[in-house]
Design a protein around this ligand. Sequence first.
Ligand code: NAD
Length: 499
Amino acid sequence: MQEIGHWINGKRVAGKSGRFADIYNPATGEIQAKVALASPEELDHAIAEAAKAQVAWAATNPQRRARVMMAFGALINQNMDKLAELVSREHGKTLPDARGDVQRGLEVVEVCMGAPAMLKGEMTDSAGPGIDLYAMRQPLGVVAGITPFNFPAMIPLWKMAPALASGNAMILKPSERVPSTSLLLAELLQEAGLPDGVLQVVNGDKSVVDGILDHPVIQGVGFVGSTPIAQYIYGRAATNGKRAQCFGGAKNHMIIMPDADLDKAADALIGAGYGAAGERCMAISVAVPVGAQTADALIERLVPRIEKLKVGPYTAGDDVDFGPLITRQAQERVLGLIGSGVEQGAKLVVDGRGLKIQGYESGFFVGPTLFDDVTPEMEIYRQEIFGPVLSTVRKDSYEDALKLVMDNEYGNGTAIYTADGDTARDFASRVNVGMVGINFPIPVPLSYYSFGGWKRSAFGDLNQYGPDAFRFYTKTKTVTARWFSGIKEGAALNFKAMD
Ligand code: NAD
């Protein structure tokens, strides 16, 4: 059985704790590898070595650091197929979707090639007699990235690229379900010229995360995962005086107005609802058609599209639309939620339970599922299902639909399909959600903007990647400097204006 260890000081090292977690092949249900869970001593060692390496890395000029990002980007491109295969092997998503996972991470690396421009400070000359005032951005030191299972390449890249380009060292703790992609990315970074020790990949579970949160050397924590864990990590990191940004779960709604192009809206819902088996924090899980006619016409269009979807292992070819869920536990949870929807009175239009794929009977598959007549009290509405289940909540007016979105505890992404510019503009302006799509189902901002939700989808300040990431991974130091030529002023005891 393959044993996956850690990446410490530029080398793959075996775990020494004797503790391991199983990594499944989600399509077969079999254990395919074991990942080591680091001990407190292994974590301490990784952090101590990172702190040493960070000093020289921070002193490396930003342009040289950016060149490492350039070489890294080229290597990611060269290794695209290998990275995508690793993503699919552990996560189960299709290969085209896995390539997208790598690609959206690569785009953040590309922005980090321009890091020197993002790291510039500010200056005011002659702020007073002989006085110049300037502010510089300095790295935090050693920071941590703690990432979820659902984007094994993209989210580690969102964390590591801006943190490293800003002159920090990083302890990356990837999801214990999908550790291999992060290890390969670490190898590519070394090949790109990153000094050993600047990125340490420490595999582990809650105990490693707690060790990170309590460690005095760690200055900042970037987390992505579920909301309860995001809130916990934010609280514990903040109590320990660390800068923290923790991105959580979601329940993303799409409003479909009566004037929308319903074929386009149905296509969008298929992609955004069922792509990656719904295991995306930006998946649309709630369709909100406005008016009974719109709702009926939408359901009529969704059903044949859903019936055409092909579910299977990624190895079955590029015509597979989506793969299995990540674990048996996730599969059972989603099946249980579908059952609760039926019990609580939602109309099950397409039932994905009982899907069997020949040769993969023990895989963690759930077929595409569609509910109609869902109400906000139902469990299937209240919970982030994180599976291929789309709920329809019917509303009679735009205001009612908007209120539903606004009242939801999550605020990651949302979308509206309409032909009316005024409605779209009103929606974008009023909705209390961080990322908004207009006739666009998954509005993940491009890498030169920043990504982040509102409400219980994010805890802490600043968003991830883009300009916000450079702010998060640096602290500002402001210097007031005076040179005395021509100044005769003696001792001054009063606090006063500089002029
Ligand atoms: P998760 O919260 O279970 O795990 C995320 C990370 O936290 C992992 O590295 C895990 O090892 C660690 N962890 C788990 N339990 C912990 C605990 N009790 N204490 C400390 N650390 C713990 O999330 P997941 O199942 O891997 O990922 C799916 C979730 O991530 C979904 O809720 C999804 O919406 C969310 N997500 C959010 C975003 C975003 O940007 N908002 C992006 C992707 C995924």
